[in-house]
Design a protein around this ligand. Sequence first.
Ligand code: PLP
Length: 417
Amino acid sequence: MPQNNAMWSAQAHMPTVLADSQTVIVKGDGAYIVTADGQRLLDAAGGLWYANVGHGREEIAEAAAAQLRTLETWHIFGRYANQPALDLANKIATLAPFEDAKVIFTSGGSDSVDMALKLARRHWQLQGQPEKLTVVSRNDSYHGLHAYGTSVAGLSFNRDGFGPGTLIPETLLIDQWDIEAAERTIRAHGGEKIAALITEPVMGVGGVVPPPAGYFERIKELAKEFGFLIIADEVVTAFGRLGTWTASERFNLEPDMITFAKGITSGYLPLGGVIVAPSVSRQFYEGADAPILHQGLTYSGHATVAAVGLKNLEIIEREGLLAHVRDLEPILAEELEGLRSHPGVKAVRHIGLMGGVDLADDVAGLAVVAELERHGVHLRNLPNNILQISPPFIITENELRLIVGSIRAALDTVLAS
Ligand code: PLP
């Protein structure tokens, strides 16, 4: 039977999706996307924070095609490997904020979170501290939607409704703003029971929230005091979103593991992974009786995906895109600060090439996003009525100013109606 509405959209109210017409994107070109009815939109969201080198790169398509013609992939289980996966792991290790990094490949961000959190628990079992099971995360955080990411979700609507408790037990939420409140929660729980704390260096989906001053310094002290691991969830921030290869580097977070996805391929193919510091990896690498970590997915280290990842990193380096992000950071800051006094705006936050605009209670984010499309700008409305600004790194200064100017114009229109 022919069917034309079989695709169950992600994070969507399906009756509304089917009642309104869907926006089908048919082409990407640099910082722009084109809809099925021919409208060209400036991609001010970078897709879902992934389109870092921009859309439609011929040389990435060529890298994928060349690898597909040679060897689509060969898995990396046991003693097998493929060259692009080996090369990409070695390249990523040179970009990590610690020496002797090891790289576990996955297929995306949620996979990486699942992998890192399982590895944290495995670590303490091997270290003879089996009581260390709890994973701490921050209110409003987003760590993907696998069972572990759902269990540690700070955005409650992603966690609730699956029955009592969390899908995976032993989790603890702490305050995202107030480090003293967070510390009280950790002490009340029993810090010695904590295996790891997972944190986005800059909270993304939760509203583009840079860390409050001193937050991570205190987290690092608590990690030392209670002996828990720090996992930086850099699915959004790794590979340049803040103008550094990792946000951990920028904030001197000194994590034991870094999860990554999105920016490693700029979205051209699905890839994720975990960068693991020697504090965790060493025990698996040394000695004849080293244990096996039972990790690995069929597509871990997929050769074509890895070839795309290598090409993507080559482009970021060759075109100096990290420096460009650093140049754009003050422009975005200046523009967004100018929006702060707008009656439709409650607050603005920005860092690197990430911005968040908290809309006033009487302003519907979806209406603003729809109005922005009329101005030729695609933006995303985050869950708490917050506009997300995270354009491709290749955007120009003028285009960046145009995005914020269009937000202002769209807010004026929505407020007037
Ligand atoms: N972690 C963070 C910080 C994210 O922002 C996301 C996705 O937005 C994920 C994990 C999940 O990644 P994926 O959607 O690739 O599974």
